[in-house]
Design a protein around this ligand. Structure first.
Ligand code: HEM
Length: 484
């Protein structure tokens, strides 16, 4: 006889329907549906997505257990159809399961591609892109034109990433801006899709064929693959004198065995899979963060003025450069506050347990999908006073940072699978924002009030602002005594 007290207890969760389990309870914004469910069933809850058990974590304490104390048990990724397709069968970093391949690929990212030294070596790229952005916005200011900030920020981060990774500008000959943007969004939506084959083994693929999801995955894969193939061919055919080393050159040298990373077979597909990660992780997340920050500032004129004053008074010059950013403490708080309310990946990337373990006294079995709702944790009144308010001052005199040590604030995740691109991301985001705010004042278009700014979200792999943010830039004229 087993005493009831000694029986392993599974986490609580909502009742489920036959076959689909709880899938019907996940709406278009899964982080919000899961947040509502967690209010009823607790900060560690168990759901069933078709045949797959899923544990959803919605508190800092449980997040710490998953991402720190039990990191090793929780650091794999589930085999999902969309990500497997785009990552050349999980040859990349972000979606590959825990193991030797992932460890080596991650090492390449941390030591080579996204290291401080590598990011700093591309400062000239970011400088040039900021110059063109400022010129462009000055033109809009002259004609008092309304600017689509969301689209501009996408173009900016796409150009910065493309030129860093591929040595080529956004809107090059093969891909115009619109095609490039839809290619990225299609890939995002492929990676963020719920495929029937993910949750219904053996039969789900039939549903994916019938609904056209399979064809969507194939299309997205082929357009990315063709693009990467073209870029790689261009690099291979370049005459040596024209070479200016970018991330593709680095990956090709690893492929040729000309580097210290010899533990895995680094094939052409590995190169393409890492390029896919850089694209997907690097472009949209940064653009989304800058756009949310601008939307919050446009809604909060007090904060907008305070951050502009900081930039203009402490730097006493027009364009802000990277070496100036450390002086802008309030700007850094604005970025943190944006990441708290609008983490680009509100449920992080999905994890999968690889062993049996206990979480808050509940049993978790191997092969359980694990989702950490950092969006809900960032809005939890247990950790944040007036959590819905955009109030960057909450970070002054506080050591809370986004680097994965403070579990109430996890926009980049934490632990072994935490984001390795934090430095690259923050360099781009802070530089772009400092220049948007230092060089321009921002007005709302005709007759619009602050409260009219729509903050609705759309979820794909990342969660972005549903309606594009439209604002009118006005070039800031520095008072003449400051012009030195
Ligand atoms: C504001 C910008 C960004 C945000 C909010 C962000 C957020 C995240 C999050 C939440 C994860 C999953 C962490 C986890 O599972 O614990 C992640 C993973 C990752 N990010 Fe970022 N990221 C950003 C920018 C970047 C950039 C610029 C790069 C590089 C180009 C990058 C590369 C990656 C990679 C490769 C992974 C997978 C790591 C792994 O599975 O080992 N990210 N990021």
């Amino acid at each position: 006889k087993v005493n009831k007290k000694d029986k392993p207890q599974l986490p609580p969760g909502p009742p489920k329907l036959p076959i689909i389990g709880n899938l019907h309870q996940i709406g278009l914004l899964p982080h919000q549906s899961l947040w509502q469910l967690s209010k009823r069933y607790g900060h560690v809850m168990l759901l069933q997505f078709g045949r797959v058990p899923a544990v959803v974590v919605s508190s800092a304490e449980a997040a710490k257990e998953v991402l720190k104390i039990r990191d090793l048990e929780c650091c794999s990724r589930p085999p999902l159809a969309g990500s497997a397709k785009l990552s050349y069968n999980n040859l990349d970093v972000a979606f590959s399961p825990y193991g030797e391949h992932w460890r080596e690929m991650r090492k390449i990212c941390v030591i080579k591609l996204f290291s401080t030294k590598s990011v700093q070596s591309f400062q000239f790229v970011r400088d040039k892109e900021i110059d063109s952005l400022i010129d462009d916005l000055n033109d809009s200011s002259l004609s008092a034109a309304t600017v689509d900030v969301s689209a501009k920020m996408f173009a900016l981060t796409a150009s910065m990433t493309l030129r860093t990774a591929f040595g080529k500008a956004f809107g090059g000959s093969e891909l115009d801006n619109d095609r490039f943007e839809s290619m990225i969004h299609r890939a995002q939506s492929t990676l963020g899709s719920f495929a029937a084959s993910d949750f219904f083994p053996y039969v789900g693929w039939i549903v994916d064929w019938l609904t056209g999801l399979h064809a969507k995955f194939e299309r997205s894969f082929h357009e990315l693959d063709d693009f990467f193939g073209l870029v790689i061919d261009e690099h291979l055919n370049r005459i040596p004198q024209e070479r200016k080393e970018d991330l593709v050159d680095l990956l090709l040298s690893i492929e040729r065995g000309q580097s210290e990373f010899g533990e895995i077979q680094f094939s052409r597909d590995c190169t393409k899979a890492v390029l896919m990660d850089i694209f997907i992780a690097g472009v949209d997340t940064n653009a989304i963060t800058i756009t949310w920050a601008m939307a919050e500032l446009a809604r909060n004129p007090r904060v907008m003025k305070k951050v502009q004053d900081e930039i203009r008074n402490s730097l006493k010059k027009g364009k802000v450069s990277e070496s100036d950013i450390h002086q802008l403490q309030y700007l850094k708080m604005v970025v943190k506050e944006t990441l708290r309310l609008h983490p680009a990946a509100p449920l992080l990337l999905p994890r999968e347990s690889i062993a049996h373990f206990k979480l808050a006294d509940y049993e978790v079995h191997p092969k359980t999908l694990i989702q950490v709702n950092v969006w809900a944790i960032g809005r939890d009144p247990n950790y944040w006073r007036n959590p819905e308010e955009f109030f960057p001052e909450r970070f002054s005199d506080s050591s809370i940072d986004y680097k994965g040590q403070n579990f109430e604030f996890l926009p980049f995740g934490a632990g072994r699978r935490g984001c390795p691109g934090i430095y690259m991301a923050m360099t781009m985001v802070e530089l772009a924002l400092a220049n948007l705010l230092g060089c321009f004042d921002w007005k709302l278009p005709n007759g619009m009030k602050e409260t009219d700014i729509d903050m609705e979200e759309v979820a794909a792999l990342s969660t972005y602002k549903k309606s594009p943010l439209k604002l009118v830039p006005i070039t800031y004229q520095r008072p003449s005594e400051d012009q030195t």
